[in-house]
Design a protein around this ligand. Structure first.
Ligand SMILES: CC(C)(COP(=O)(O)OP(=O)(O)OC[C@H]1O[C@@H](n2cnc3c(N)ncnc32)[C@H](O)[C@@H]1OP(=O)(O)O)[C@@H](O)C(=O)NCCC(=O)NCCS
Length: 166
């Protein structure tokens, strides 16, 4: 993901996270840490053959710990394996950052996302009460402890024609 992708990403963001969409400033601030030798972030977009952004994802690293910051797929591309491909790329990035543990937060009512994470070996480890505001929805915290070669776990499905770019 580059700064010029943010307009399209924001459109998707508003539709996919209507209650707690990230602002433009949040994406800018994340991307500011995604370049150069000191980079701590990896942000990706998935583009359709017509160059429309149909998915995006981001990961932050801090020492040995990585955090899935966001992952989203356009409604008309969900269920095609794109979420799995994006997550596979994030886990590769975690390995490249030499992180041995990947954490994420997910709304307790987002069963679909939880199933995707479980397929990749994430395990629930606790809750954050009222993490999502203003709706006051709890977050399920999940963790994956990565083995040296686990960056591609569960990522076997692929969608023809969609390209993932950093
Ligand atoms: C969660 C999310 C990212 C998953 O993305 P996705 O592209 O739909 O995920 P996948 O296609 O990889 O996997 C989802 C399902 O499709 C199935 N699938 C995978 N490849 C497939 C293929 N080639 N054809 C048909 N189905 C397929 C998977 O088995 C999985 O099934 P299940 O979860 O119903 O058992 C997406 O639903 C989304 O953007 N949701 C809104 C935003 C959101 O909630 N983000 C997560 C915040 S924590």
């Amino acid at each position: 993901m580059r700064w010029w992708d943010i307009d399209q990403v924001l459109e998707l963001e508003k539709g996919l996270f209507p209650e707690d969409a990230w602002s433009r400033g949040m994406f800018w601030s994340e991307l500011a840490h995604a370049r150069g030798s000191e980079a701590t972030r990896r942000y990706l977009v998935a583009e359709s053959p017509e160059a429309r952004i149909v998915g995006y994802a981001g990961l932050a690293s801090a020492g040995e710990l990585a955090d899935v910051q966001t992952i989203a797929v356009a409604h008309d591309h969900q269920g095609t394996g794109l979420g799995a491909r994006l997550l596979t790329e994030l886990l590769r990035a975690a390995t490249a950052f030499e992180c041995h543990e990947v954490m994420l937060e997910c709304r307790v009512d987002n069963v679909r996302a939880q199933k995707l994470y479980e397929r990749f070996g994430f395990e629930p480890i606790g809750f954050r009460r009222g993490y999502y505001q203003p709706g006051n929805v709890d977050a399920l915290v999940m963790r994956l402890t990565t083995a040296p070669d686990s960056g591609t776990a569960g990522g076997s499905s692929s969608e023809q024609g969609t390209e993932i770019n950093g």
